[in-house]
Design a protein around this ligand. Structure first.
Ligand SMILES: [Zn+2]
Length: 322
C-alpha cells in the first residue's frame, strides 16, 4: 500500500532481504511525471510492488522522469538501472557516489582492495574469500547503471512546483546525500539518520583518505542546523525530533570510542581482535565484517587524535597505547 505524505508526495515501502526487511523510497508527482528518491533492492517482487503502488496513484514506471539516489548501497539503488531502462529516467547522484558505484562494478579493483584492507586489519585469507563471494552475489542482483547528473552540494533542484536542496552527508557511505525540502521542512535522510539504529560506518576501500566517523559527525552537525519538522528515513518510521536523534547517535559513538580505547591495553591488537572484544567472537560472517568496519572507523579517529598508535606487525596493522 502506498503511503501519502502530502499532496503529490508519497512513501513506498519495498521488500528487502536481511534484517531490516524493508526499505522506503519516496515519490514526488507532477502531472504525469514522477521523481523517485532511491529505488529499493532488485529482489523479492520489489519491481512489481513499485509498479503496483505507482498504478494505485495513476502513475507507472514509465512516468518516472528522475531518480535521485541518496547513496549507492544495494537497498537504495538496486533497481536504478532497471527503472532507467524502462522509463528513460535521468539518474542524479553525487560525483563520489557515482565513482563508488563504478568501483563496485570493477571486480578486479574491489577484490584487490578488499584483500589488502582486510588482511592488514586481521582477517584470514579464507574469511576474505567469503566476503568477496558475498559481494559478487550482491553485485549480480544490482542492475548496472551510470549517473546522468552529478549533484553539487546545496544545489536546489526543481520538480514541478517542488524545490529541494541537496545536502552532502558523507559518513554511512562516502557519497551519501540527503534531500531537504525547505518550504515543507521535510528531510529525506536516506541512511544518515534512522529512527532506531545507528547506521553502520565503513571504510571506502578505494579512497583511503575517507574518515567515516569524522565525516558522519560533521554531517549530523550540518543537518542539525536545518529547520526540520519531519524526517523521512530509508528504513523505519518517519519521526520529528531531529536533534534528540542526532544527540543519541553522537553519544552512541562517543561511548563506543571509549570502549574501543579501553581495549587498547596490553599486547598490541589488530582491528579484528579489538572488534571481537567489543562485539563478541562468535558472529556470523557478515556481522563479523560490519563489526570490523565499525571498529576500524573508531581506531582511525583515535589514531589521528594521537590517543593510540598504529604499528605494523608481520602482515597486520596493530594498535597500542601511545
Ligand atoms: Zn539502507
Amino acid at each position: 500500500m502506498i503511503n501519502k505524505i502530502s499532496d503529490n508526495f508519497y512513501a513506498i515501502t519495498l521488500p528487502m532481504p536481511f534484517r531490516l526487511k524493508h526499505v522506503h523510497v519516496y515519490a514526488l508527482v507532477n502531472g504525469n511525471d514522477v521523481a523517485l528518491f532511491d529505488t529499493g533492492f532488485n529482489v523479492g517482487g520489489s519491481y512489481e510492488k513499485l509498479e503496483n503502488d505507482l498504478k494505485s496513484i495513476g502513475q507507472s514506471i514509465k512516468s518516472i522522469r528522475d531518480i535521485y539516489i541518496t547513496h549507492v548501497h544495494a537497498d537504495h539503488c538496486g533497481m536504478a538501472g532497471l527503472i532507467k531502462e524502462k522509463s528513460g529516467a535521468k539518474i542524479h547522484l553525487s560525483p563520489t557516489a557515482d565513482e563508488s558505484n563504478q568501483n563496485y562494478n570493477n571486480t578486479d579493483l574491489l577484490t584487490r582492495q578488499m584483500k589488502k584492507f582486510y588482511l592488514l586489519h586481521g582477517l584470514t585469507e579464507q574469511e576474505i574469500e567469503g566476503l568477496i563471494v558475498m559481494f559478487s552475489g550482491l553485485r549480480d542482483i544490482i542492475s548496472i547503471f551510470k549517473g546522468d547528473d552529478h549533484l553539487q552540494p546545496n544545489k536546489i533542484c526543481e520538480f514541478g512546483d517542488w524545490n529541494f536542496e541537496v545536502i552532502f552527508t558523507p559518513g554511512h557511505s562516502n557519497g551519501h546525500v540527503c534531500y531537504y525540502f525547505r518550504k515543507q521542512k521535510f528531510l529525506l535522510s536516506g541512511d544518515t539518520i534512522l529512527p532506531q539504529i545507528t547506521p553502520n560506518l565503513s571504510p571506502d576501500l578505494v579512497d583511503e583518505d575517507f574518515r567515516p566517523l569524522h565525516s558522519f559527525l560533521a554531517s549530523l552537525a550540518a543537518l542539525e542546523k536545518l529547520p526540520v519538522e519531519k524526517i523521512y528515513p530509508g528504513h523505519g518510521n518517519a519521526f520529528s525530533d531531529l536533534k534528540t536523534r542526532t544527540r543519541e547517535m553522537r553519544e552512541h559513538h562517543a561511548e563506543r570510542s571509549r570502549l574501543i580505547f579501553n581495549c587498547i591495553t596490553g599486547k598490541p591488537k589488530t582491528t579484528f581482535q579489538v572488534s571481537q572484544v567489543i562485539f563478541g567472537s562468535d558472529l556470523p560472517d557478515f556481522d563479523k565484517f560490519l563489526a570490523l568496519n565499525e571498529t576500524y572507523v573508531h581506531l582511525l579517529e583515535l589514531k589521528l587524535q594521537g590517543a593510540i598508535k598504529e604499528d605494523i606487525s608481520g602482515q597486520n596493522l596493530v594498535y597500542r597505547l601511545v
